[in-house]
Design a protein around this ligand. Sequence first.
Ligand code: BES
Ligand code: MN
Ligand code: ZN
Length: 481
Amino acid sequence: MRTKLVNSAAARSSELHAILVPVGAKINLPSDAPKANTWKSDFSDKNGSSITLRGAAGKRWVLVRLPKAKDVTAEDVRGAAGVARKVCEGLGKPTLSIDLSCFKNAAAFVQAAIEGSMMAGHDMALMRSDKPKYLVKSIQVAGAGSSKAASQALKHGTHGAIANLATRDLQNAPANILTPKEFAKRARKVCSSSPKLSCKVLGEKKMAEMGMGSLLGVSQGSVNEAQLVHMVYKPKGKSKGKLALVGKGLTFDTGGISIKPSGNMQDMKFDMSGAAAVLGTFVALGKGAECQYEVHGILGCVENMPGANAQRPGDIVTAMNKMTIEVHNTDAEGRLVLADCLTYTARKVKPMRIYDMATLTGAAIHALGHLHSAVIGTDQKAIDQVRDLSAELGEPCWQLPINEAYRDLTRGSYADLQNLYAPGQGAGTIAGACFLSFFVDDVPWVHLDIAATAWEGPPRSYMSKGGRGIIARTMLAVLRN
Ligand code: BES
Ligand code: MN
Ligand code: ZN
């Protein structure tokens, strides 16, 4: 997709001129557009509603409604831009112009306009023979000037959308195709596309040598070999320090011997959404997203299957940090995989901060519904930043607590830890985070539980069914701040 800023938009026959119109705003339509008296009564005040105006020679304008200018949020603009993109696709015009000239502070909405319009060009029909074709090749933003701020915002929006869309495609890929090996292959491919990126992959033999008994215990029931992917982004010039992004990459989670009920089990192909968000973020870094940190992306790619060699409830495994773990439920596997990924990251990478992202607990749905991801961690400033940036980007996170009392509930009887709280303790999302906290050493840490938001959430014009690409745009925002 080409994206750019333009001074003014024209409705050429190959271009749709979309004007975002707050309630009460005056609309500046060119003289060859239909006069207001012909359409005014059809243009509703409802946020996101639209009306298409037809001129001579295939010229088309679309007006998309927003709330009163003083109440408009970035999310409103994202939604309206998504509506404009859909109209443009319907009309078959290759260029979409989004006109923000109704706003005094138009530069502030450039990023959201690009995000919404780019993200709306996606669907879940990955392998359907009648998969819709998206025709828009170029998106331009008019009426926002050409200030440094506006052109930066254009880039941020473009890279955010690239990360989101790449994440969604990975999420939607089924587990028979996107195995751990295939995941690693795709990561290698992404990293070979840019001199700033590199990638190494550890197989099970190497992981066994490093003592990753916790991750390997999960993998042992599957014929698909686990892969630990370690990607590195090095910025041009001096780096501001090392950050690490760690992703849960369960390419499928049957639950193992503690097998899940069959209803909706197919959704467990999305159990790699954390790893997908990390790789999606790296896709954008490879395409020039702004970041002055050295970034390490660690993906724990594993399949959780019941098999003759699968681990059993009651098994005790030894993690890379030498802690012993009693496996009470083989379905609480994400924390077992992340445990070794986190120790590997804390000890081999030694970053100044770790962000992990994972579809870790179904309990996140009980705690927050599908409207917020959960954030828990030890670095309050970093948590506050994630909360603020994610809210602005329309993928909000809400903090849950962690402390010694919660952490103590995860200590084991036969071993140092157990992978679940005792029955009746509740707080499943906190329990997952507490378990992870034993594996980050003293590295400041932020854990994002995206189980409730990775593929479910409020309807949005720019969001398709299936994977929602959640948290990749927030991570990119963290990396450029
Ligand atoms: N991948 C699941 C979490 C999940 C469940 C994500 C539903 C999205 C929707 C995770 O591995 C899991 O199975 N967690 C268990 C933990 C339990 C056994 C303590 C859960 O949430 O039920
Ligand atoms: Mn599970
Ligand atoms: Zn899982």
